[in-house]
Design a protein around this ligand. Sequence first.
Ligand code: NAP
Length: 276
Amino acid sequence: MPRLAVLGYPVGHSRSPAMHNAALAALGIDGEWSYEAIEVAPGEFEALVRAMPGEGFAGANVTVPHKLLALAVADTASETAQEIGAANTLVFGPGGIHADNTDAGGLVASLPESPRGRNALVLGAGGAGMAAVWALGALGARVSIWNRTPARAETVRFEVTERAQRFQVQIEVKVVAPEPEPTEFELIVNTTAVGLGGEDPFTELPLAPDGFARGQVVVDMVYSSAPSTLLGAAAACGARTVDGIEILVQQGALSFELWIGRKPPLDVMRAAARGE
Ligand code: NAP
């Protein structure tokens, strides 16, 4: 029976096992495949991944803090994983360990419309911010980055620009002033961890509860059990909203297809990820 897993540190909070096992059951293949959570410290990550194929694993998702390491450990990598410089999906096959990145595709799939030609504001310059900047920029959005620590935003801009030249991808990206005007953007993506620990987005981020525009698309990558304060305010202003669970589901569905070769039922994955 081929095994699948999510590797993280910590990983107990992950909704991926519930989501993927529900999809396997809905397709009637839960007797053939299984999906589990494995907590692994950074120092043990490489040895664990190398041992996985011998223990019956066909692939894995990789989450914080292992996404850079996952790419480094792989024998081959998809163009997207190389371009973003991180991997969230591993596939074990005859060619060894293959790394891919479905975070970018998951974000794009969750948007109500193509970001091409749109003015996009990405809040945050961590791993999720990097993937979002690349995903939107490579599809032709004009991307502005804001981060609490501006030097980190500069690093993302520098790395994206350098990779864009290396991979010959046209990307327009800049770092914005400390107080950007949110209504200037057609798309706002929060990739900071603000909200995860109950922080107020309107004190921590350059946003105001009444500062969203009608028709604007507002995405909050953070997900918790409670609905996001940020998305609640955006919806009240008439913006279209996308939550972190939808992005989790979309990236998970793309990973599922890479391992199993079949499209999973999105509704089943959504319900399981929401704990319904
Ligand atoms: P990370 O690499 O640790 O980056 C954290 C980011 O959050 C940095 O930009 C950091 O700014 C910012 N930040 C943290 N606390 C802040 C505060 N109080 N005020 C302003 N900015 C703050 O983390 P990551 O991997 O990018 O993940 C970020 C978030 O996205 C997490 O909540 C994660 O759960 C979520 N995420 C969701 C999905 C999904 O599928 N829905 C996928 C990936 C990640 P500084 O640089 O100034 O510290």
